[in-house]
Write a protein that binds this ligand. Structure first.
Ligand SMILES: [Zn+2]
Ligand SMILES: [Zn+2]
Length: 67
């Protein structure tokens, strides 16, 4: 079971969060965690998904002179 301690705004402190039953098919990699104290669900951004290569993003041409 993946469980970790995170800060919960509602509880006002650090409480254990656990992976809720996932209905989205994430399985063990589900990025959702639910507070065991109040039930608030959060998304964690630290899940090591496959590295995305964003460096090759298209960018508009720079230094375009307006005639
Ligand atoms: Zn999920
Ligand atoms: Zn909470």
């Amino acid at each position: 079971m993946s469980e970790r301690e995170l800060y919960c705004d509602t509880c006002g402190g650090v409480v254990p969060f656990e992976t809720p039953p996932c209905a989205d098919g994430h399985g063990a990699d589900c990025p959702e965690l639910a507070c065991t104290g109040c039930g608030t669900a959060v998304l964690i951004a630290t899940v090591p998904f496959r590295p995305a290569r964003l460096a090759a993003r298209r960018r508009p041409p720079a230094h375009r002179h307006a005639a």
